[in-house]
Design a protein around this ligand. Structure first.
Ligand SMILES: Cc1cc2nc3c(=O)[nH]c(=O)nc-3n(C[C@H](O)[C@H](O)[C@H](O)COP(=O)(O)OP(=O)(O)OC[C@H]3O[C@@H](n4cnc5c(N)ncnc54)[C@H](O)[C@@H]3O)c2cc1C
Length: 261
């Protein structure tokens, strides 16, 4: 099916919309924006004009392969964020409706976008909230700097040695030794599912073993539980999964030969 045919077949019809008695209660609707009112705003550059390239052609165009490191500029970021910004404002009896680039659902749950970035020219590294409501007539957009305002200091890696100093844990960082009340490591992991894979078990893209509701893999009689299975990586979860697997194994065995207790 062509994209346009799909659009025509699934879009709202004028007649259906007019016949719908539902209306928006402007007085009582939730705010369309999440506002961190105590945080400063940083304006973004104005959105650049479009390329006149049809959207489907842009999607189909593989583009030139990226070579080397490319750090996006603030203009690039603004352009990217315009995809979730306000594209149109329209006055209706009772109030104004703001149309967003990305759909914000009929139930008025709007898209919230956060940018997690390293240092960019004009924007320090950190977590920023994109605030589309400053986009009056295509004017500057605003970004807020959350960690800085909360007084949280960021130190770039790598980490080196560590030692206990009294009731503190000291860690050697690129900016010298720093002391902490507690340290929480955020680690990556390598899933060791090779054995199950070599038995023919299906695994996910991230190499986790795929199992059914009763923890049985795609190989009948082969079960898996814990971190090696896709899902929450917690001890209680692993134990629960092991319990389900053990019960199912017992039931399978009982089908072959009654197990009496
Ligand atoms: C830093 C950190 C903090 C965590 N904190 C918590 C917490 O506070 N609370 C919580 O509930 N969970 C926590 N977890 C998660 C929790 O540790 C795991 O969810 C849990 O240990 C998973 O149990 P498991 O038996 O599936 O895997 P594991 O505990 O990883 O056991 C797998 C075992 O298999 C062995 N093994 C691997 N390959 C082979 C091989 N080829 N041959 C033989 N042996 C092999 C490994 O050495 C390991 O001993 C934490 C994890 C980490 C890394």
């Amino acid at each position: 099916m062509k994209a346009l045919d799909y659009h025509e077949a699934t879009k709202h019809s004028w007649a259906r919309i007019r016949a719908e008695p539902h209306y928006l209660d402007f007085e009582n609707m939730p705010s369309p924006f999440k506002i961190y009112s105590d945080l400063d705003r940083r304006p973004l550059p104005k959105r650049r004009s479009g390329t006149n390239m049809p959207a489907l052609s842009a999607v189909a165009d593989p583009g030139a392969p990226a070579v080397g490191e490319r750090v996006p500029s603030l203009e690039d970021l603004a352009q990217l964020l315009s995809a979730v910004g306000i594209t149109k404002r329209r006055l209706y009896p009772g109030g104004e409706v703001l149309y967003r680039g990305a759909s914000c659902t009929g139930a008025l749950y709007h898209v919230e976008v956060y940018i997690v970035c390293g240092d960019l020219e004009g924007l320090p590294a950190g977590v920023h909230q994109f605030q589309p409501d400053d986009d009056g007539a295509g004017a500057a957009r605003a970004i807020r700097w959350a960690l800085e305002d909360a007084g949280i200091v960021r130190v770039a890696g790598p980490c080196g040695a560590f030692e206990i100093r009294g009731d503190k844990l000291a860690v050697e960082t690129a900016q010298g030794w720093l002391e902490f009340d507690s340290v929480y490591p955020a680690l990556g992991s390598v899933v060791r599912s090779g054995l199950a894979r070599s038995c023919g078990a299906d695994v996910s893209e991230g190499d986790c073993i795929l199992v059914g509701d009763h923890m049985e893999t795609s190989v009948p009689g082969l079960f898996a539980a814990g971190d090696v299975v896709i899902g929450l990586d917690q001890i209680s979860h692993a134990m629960g999964q092991a319990g389900v697997a053990a019960t199912t194994i017992r039931n399978h065995l009982a089908e072959e030969r009654p197990l009496r207790r």
